[in-house]
Design a binder for this molecule. Structure first.
Ligand SMILES: Nc1ncnc2c1ncn2[C@@H]1O[C@H](COP(=O)(O)OP(=O)(O)OP(=O)(O)O)[C@@H](O)[C@H]1O
Length: 301
């Protein structure tokens, strides 16, 4: 379990994380979402003890991460896949890490196999693609068989097969009872991977809840009507309580069902060329919710 309690991190005059509190529970894949610059990496760095908080705290398994002597047994993390020594082989890189955490060589071969890098084990990491470096970073995170795993944008640079593999791996790790925490700025990446979400904007918490609840919160039905008589219909719909966006040849209607829109068109003798209901996607819901939050913050600072 990861607990972030009233965490604030300032860099000079810049507040990267602002009184943030949330809990990440075992047995789930939790997505950590926010637009670029929202404060995700900063939060992960504080959880890992790489940065000191300005105020508040972050604990892993109830204690500050820095107090674990052999860290890899407690938390496995991948923050930046590019930060590896290019001159070393994958095996050498992992062996050095393993040794400093009291982990045997056999485990190195195991994690390389787990991430599909056995054939590349003795190649220099400098020649690896970003996707392969992500796999290597994931292997390093798995070395100590830790109960808590954290990954910053782990899907970046992976091909479709890699994305499918990594999603499956994360779900399996969570099913084994581990805490799996993944950051991303793209909701589409989380939609098929995470079951819980922590959403932040400008360093502040926007939502911490099951993905399904977040989706329902943002999901709205919109009715699109194409008609040559937009003005007449828009007036009738607005009078009936709908919110209407008018374009030259169609209306986007919120707040009324397609049946009601059709009935109002009929009673007002409006000719219709199209009447469709559209449900906003999770990505659109995320954009709407985070954009709203950013506006609110911009106004309050
Ligand atoms: N070492 C630093 N010094 C100064 N400002 C920083 C530092 N690290 C982060 N920031 C600022 O803090 C804010 C949050 O950055 P952070 O990298 O945590 O966001 P993020 O959500 O991970 O974004 P991204 O998706 O772009 O990686 C940004 O405005 C960033 O410029």
């Amino acid at each position: 379990m990861i607990e972030v309690i009233g965490l604030t991190k300032r860099y000079g005059g810049k507040t990267a994380v602002d009184d943030l509190s949330f809990t990440v529970r075992p047995g789930h894949v939790t997505g950590f979402l926010g637009p670029n610059g929202a404060g995700k990496t900063t939060t992960l760095r504080v959880i890992l003890g790489l940065d000191a908080p300005t105020s508040g705290a972050a604990t892993v398994g109830g204690v500050l991460f820095g107090s674990h002597r052999r860290g890899l047994h407690h938390v496995g993390a991948l923050l930046d896949a590019q930060q590896v020594h290019g001159g070393r082989s994958a095996t050498a890189h992992l062996t050095a890490l393993a040794r400093s955490n009291g982990i045997g060589r056999r485990r190195v071969a195991e994690v390389l196999a787990e991430v599909g890098l056995t054939d590349a084990a003795h190649r220099r990491v400098g020649g690896f693609s970003l996707g392969m470096k992500q796999r290597l970073g994931i292997a390093a995170a798995l070395l100590g068989d830790p109960p808590v795993l954290m990954f910053d944008e782990p899907i970046n640079g992976m091909d479709p097969e890699g994305v499918r593999w990594v999603r499956h791996l994360f779900r399996r790790l969570a099913a084994e009872g581990r805490t799996v925490f993944l950051s991303s700025h793209l909701m589409t990446e989380m939609e098929h991977t995470a079951d819980h979400l922590v959403v932040i904007g400008q360093g502040r918490l926007i939502a911490a809840e099951p993905l399904r609840v977040f989706a329902d919160r943002g999901t709205r039905r919109r009715v699109t009507v194409r008609t040559p008589q937009t003005a007449v219909l828009a007036a009738a719909l607005t009078a009936a309580g709908a919110t209407v966006d008018t374009a030259p040849d169609h209306l986007a209607v919120r707040g009324l069902s397609a049946e009601r829109v059709g009935a109002l068109a009929f009673t007002n003798a409006v000719e219709l060329h199209e009447l469709t209901t559209r449900t906003t996607s999770l990505e659109e819901a995320f954009m709407e919710i985070t954009a709203g939050h950013a506006d609110h913050l911009a106004g309050s600072r």
